[in-house]
Design a protein around this ligand. Structure first.
Ligand SMILES: [Zn+2]
Length: 202
């Protein structure tokens, strides 16, 4: 699997909103990687292009990052696995123990048919078959590498309730695929399971 490394070099930036120095990623300390959290970019203009977000992340003045961006163009890595990316902060109200310090963030890069609306409720956010397949293989590879059980491969939604990644969240039917979003997540997890080298035991 080819992964283009475009690691964020400048860790800190000054936030123009409050003049404070903030970071684009952090350090794990002794925390072990035990979870994989799947996201989408939520950018209606992404249209499957991972490079666009990988490039923007290098210099943007936002404390938001991810380890991997899986697009139609390529897979990009933007934060080293051994560091924390800022995609799912710890919160006492989280529904499970997954958070930045113990997780790897994988963003699947979506398409949106109608770019006039950016509502998360829209049913036209979707992933291409390529992104789903490459994403499943990447997640399987990472899960095997760090010995992560299937129930520790979760959506952002499963941690905080946020509708992310939207193409995999909701009992309503997607306009492009004709499938329910919830079922698309079940199918994705099944693809991950099948792609693992030791699928039955973990
Ligand atoms: Zn997310």
């Amino acid at each position: 699997m080819k992964i283009i490394r475009k690691i964020i070099k400048e860790r800190t930036f000054v936030d123009p909103k409050d003049g404070k120095t903030k970071s684009r990623f952090g350090y794990r300390g002794h925390n072990r990687i035990a979870w994989i959290i799947v996201h989408y970019t939520g950018d209606r203009y992404s249209q499957g292009c991972a490079k666009k977000t990988a490039d923007a992340m290098q210099t943007w003045k936002r404390a938001i990052s991810t380890h991997y961006l899986v697009g139609d163009d390529a897979i990009y890595q933007t934060v080293e696995d051994r560091h924390c990316a800022w995609h799912c902060p710890y919160n006492k109200d989280n529904k499970c123990a997954a958070s930045n310090s113990v997780a790897i963030g994988v963003d699947l890069v979506e398409h949106k048919r109608n770019t006039k609306s950016k509502s998360v409720k829209d049913r036209d956010w979707y992933f291409t078959e390529k992104v789903i397949l490459d994403g499943a293989h990447l997640v399987a590879m990472l899960a095997d590498k760090y010995i992560i059980p299937m129930d520790h491969i979760v959506r952002h939604f499963d941690v905080t309730g946020k509708w992310c990644p939207r193409p995999f969240v909701g009992n309503d039917t997607n306009e492009i695929t004709g499938d329910t979003h919830e079922n698309a997540w079940i199918m994705f997890k099944e693809r991950v399971r099948l792609a693992r080298r030791c699928s039955d035991d973990v």
